[in-house]
Design a protein around this ligand. Structure first.
Ligand code: MLT
Length: 398
C-alpha cells in the first residue's frame, strides 16, 4: 500500500473557488429561473485586445508550415517574450534582466510550485487574509506557517516585526483580496527586513497593472536591494485578460544566492531553472506570441482600456457601499473591493444571504484567512450591466 502525503488531510476539503462554484451550482440547480450574477472569482469578462489576438494568430500560422513550425521551446520561455517583458519593466522605470525572467502558464502555478525550493525547516510568514494558494501549497508539503495579521488597524498592510525572525515572506501587492497596496516606504521596510534576516520575499504582483497612483511601486524591484532578497511573480490573467489563455512569469534574479548547510553557495535562479527544465516544458509558442504583443506599448494601451472598464465597475461597487455606510477597502488600485459584512454577519453566512436574497455571488473573506471572517470581496471583473444590477439588488437589501 502506498504511504500517502497525509498533509493533504490538513487542507480544507476543497479549494476556496471550487467550494464557491459548488454552492452556486447547487443554488442554480434548485432555482433555475433566477438570474445569478457572479462577482466572486476574479475572472475577466472582456475579450482579448486585437493585438494579442493578432499575435496568437501569428503563432498559429507559424505552426502551419515546416519553415516556421515550432516543437519544444525553451523551458524558460522564448527570448522574444522575455525581452518584451524586460522592456515593459524598463518603461516603468525598473531594470530587470531578461534572462532572469521565466515564462509560465500563470502565477498560480509558480507561487504554488516555488515552495519546492525551500526546506520544511523555515519560518514562513504569510499574511492573513491572502490568496489561498500560498497557504495551501505549504500545507500540502507539511510546512509550518506563521501568520501575519492584516486588519483594519494596519490597513491590511502588515509590516515586519524586527524582533521576529523569518526566512520566507509572502507578499501580495496590490493585495488579493483586500485591494490594499504597499507604498515605497513600506516595501522598503520589508526589503530591509529581508536583507537583515537573509530571508526571501515571494512577491506576487499579479495586479500591478491596476495601480493608478503613480508613486505606488508596481514591482518589488523598484526598491533598492530587492534583487538580493526577492522573487517576483506576475501574470497576464488580469492585466491582459489571459485567465483562460494562460501566461505568467516569474523573475528569479541571479543575485539570489544562499549558503547551504554543507557550505555550498546555492543560486535560487539555478534551482528554479533546474526545476522548470525537469518538470515543465514551457508555455506554448502560440500563447507566447500573443503575450509578446501584450507587452508592446500599443498592446498595453489596449489592456488599459479594459482595465479602465473594470475600474468603472469598481467605482459603481464602491459608491454603493459608501452610500450604505459600509466600510470598504480597495477598488482604486485594485480590481477587488473588500468590505465589512453588514449586520455583523460572518462571511459564509453573508455569502449565503446574498446568494439567496439577491442572487449575487461574492467571495467570503474567511476563504482568505481567519482575519477575513467578517469581510467579503466583490470583483469588478463582471460586465457593467450586471455590476449595476447587482448593486441595485444589494441596495435594496440593506
Ligand atoms: C481570485 O479570484 O482570487 C483569483 O481569480 C484567483 C486566481 O487568480 O487564481
Amino acid at each position: 500500500m502506498p504511504k500517502l502525503n497525509e498533509h493533504y488531510q490538513d487542507l480544507k476539503e476543497s479549494y476556496l473557488f471550487t467550494e464557491i462554484a459548488h454552492r452556486v451550482a447547487a443554488y442554480t440547480a434548485a432555482n433555475p429561473d433566477k438570474k445569478v450574477i457572479r462577482l466572486g472569482i476574479g475572472d475577466v469578462t472582456l475579450p482579448l485586445g486585437n493585438l494579442a489576438i493578432e499575435g496568437l494568430h501569428e503563432g498559429v500560422d507559424a505552426m502551419a508550415s515546416a519553415e516556421t513550425f515550432k516543437g519544444y521551446g525553451p523551458e524558460q520561455g522564448y527570448d522574444f517574450l522575455r525581452e518584451a517583458i524586460s522592456a515593459y519593466y524598463a518603461r516603468n522605470g525598473v531594470s530587470v534582466d531578461a534572462s532572469d525572467i521565466f515564462i509560465s502558464d500563470g502565477a498560480k502555478s509558480d507561487t504554488g510550485n516555488i515552495s519546492e525550493l525551500f526546506d520544511r525547516d523555515n519560518v514562513i510568514l504569510i499574511p492573513d487574509p491572502v490568496y489561498p494558494v500560498y497557504v495551501d501549497s505549504n500545507v500540502m508539503s507539511g510546512k509550518q506557517i506563521t501568520y501575519l495579521a492584516g486588519n483594519a488597524g494596519n490597513g491590511f498592510l502588515p509590516l515586519p516585526d524586527p524582533s521576529v525572525h523569518a526566512d520566507i515572506i509572502y507578499l501580495c501587492s496590490p493585495n488579493n483580496p483586500t485591494g490594499a497596496v504597499y507604498n515605497r516606504e513600506q516595501l522598503t521596510a520589508w526589503v530591509n527586513y529581508a536583507l537583515a534576516n537573509e530571508a526571501v520575499i515571494l512577491f506576487d504582483s499579479a495586479y500591478e497593472a491596476f495601480i493608478t497612483e503613480p508613486d505606488l511601486p508596481r514591482s518589488i524591484y523598484a526598491i533598492e536591494g530587492a534583487k538580493q532578497c526577492a522573487i517576483e511573480f506576475c501574470s497576464l490573467s488580469k492585466t491582459a485578460g489571459f485567465t483562460g489563455t494562460r501566461c505568467g512569469y516569474t523573475i528569479v534574479p541571479k543575485e539570489l544566492v544562499f549558503t547551504a548547510s554543507n557550505g555550498a553557495e546555492l543560486s535560487l535562479h539555478n534551482m528554479w531553472n533546474r526545476r522548470q527544465c525537469t518538470k515543465f516544458n514551457g508555455t506554448s509558442y502560440i500563447v507566447q506570441k500573443g503575450a509578446a504583443a501584450v507587452f508592446t506599448e500599443e498592446g498595453m494601451k489596449q489592456c488599459h482600456e479594459n482595465i479602465r472598464y473594470y475600474q468603472e465597475n469598481a467605482r459603481i461597487i464602491a459608491d454603493t457601499l459608501a452610500k450604505k455606510g459600509i466600510r470598504f477597502y480597495g477598488g482604486v488600485n485594485s480590481p477587488y473591493i473588500w468590505f465589512e459584512c453588514p449586520n455583523q454577519m460572518e462571511s459564509w453566512e453573508f455569502f449565503d444571504y446574498l446568494l439567496n436574497h439577491a442572487q449575487v455571488v461574492g467571495t467570503p473573506g474567511a476563504g482568505f484567512g481567519e482575519n477575513g471572517k467578517n469581510f467579503f470581496r466583490l470583483t469588478s471583473f463582471g460586465n457593467h450591466e450586471n455590476t449595476i444590477e447587482a448593486m441595485q439588488r444589494f441596495e435594496k437589501l440593506f
